[in-house]
Design a protein around this ligand. Structure first.
Ligand code: IDP
Ligand code: MG
Length: 156
């Protein structure tokens, strides 16, 4: 029984891979860095299966960052994230969540390895170039905030 349940849990991942949500933040988009950032993600084997340029509303920022609403920096974060267009994407691949977090580096670009996306393109701990989901559960919550099922192209 356990083996059957394990197989059923593994099967969707074998068929679909793992998906994560990532978003290039307004300053990096404004500076025309989206292409270089996407190229770095793709070069590591991640597949872009959904992509759009869009502007977040304050209501979307409230939903997206719901766990940070009580932080002192939340008003600044919401203002920054709604200040201009973002490039939102869904990335698919083996260990897509952990792999993307590794490629972007820690929240504060000053603490990030020089090759990471946040070290290369981030300005500060707040304005740090890119978001990526921190878990599969977060990815499953974040993806539908930006994409409908028809906008995600998983076929290989
Ligand atoms: P993460 O983006 O590395 O997962 P979180 O703690 O989830 O970091 O915070 C979400 C976003 O909130 C960060 O990417 C950054 O833009 C902003 N943020 C987090 N901590 C601070 C802070 O101490 N000062 C200003 N902005 C912050
Ligand atoms: Mg986070």
């Amino acid at each position: 029984m356990k083996t059957i349940i394990a197989a059923l849990l593994v099967l969707p991942n074998l068929l679909l891979g793992e998906m994560t949500f990532s978003m290039i933040k307004p300053t990096a988009v404004q500076e025309q860095k989206a292409g270089e950032i996407i190229a770095q993600l793709q070069a590591s084997g991640l597949r872009v299966v959904a992509l759009k340029i869009t502007k977040m509303t304050p209501e979307q920022a409230d939903i997206f960052y719901k766990d940070l609403k009580d932080k002192p920096f939340f008003p600044e974060l919401s203002k920054m994230m709604t200040s201009g267009p973002v490039v939102a994407m869904v990335l698919d691949g083996d260990n897509a969540v952990a792999k993307t977090r590794e490629l972007i580096g820690p929240t504060d670009p000053k603490e990030a390895k020089p090759t990471t996306i946040r070290a290369r393109f981030g300005k500060s701990k707040g304005d740090n170039a890119i978001h990526a989901s921190d878990s599969v559960v977060s990815a499953e919550r974040e993806i539908p905030i930006f994409f409908s099922g028809e906008e995600i192209f998983l076929s290989k």
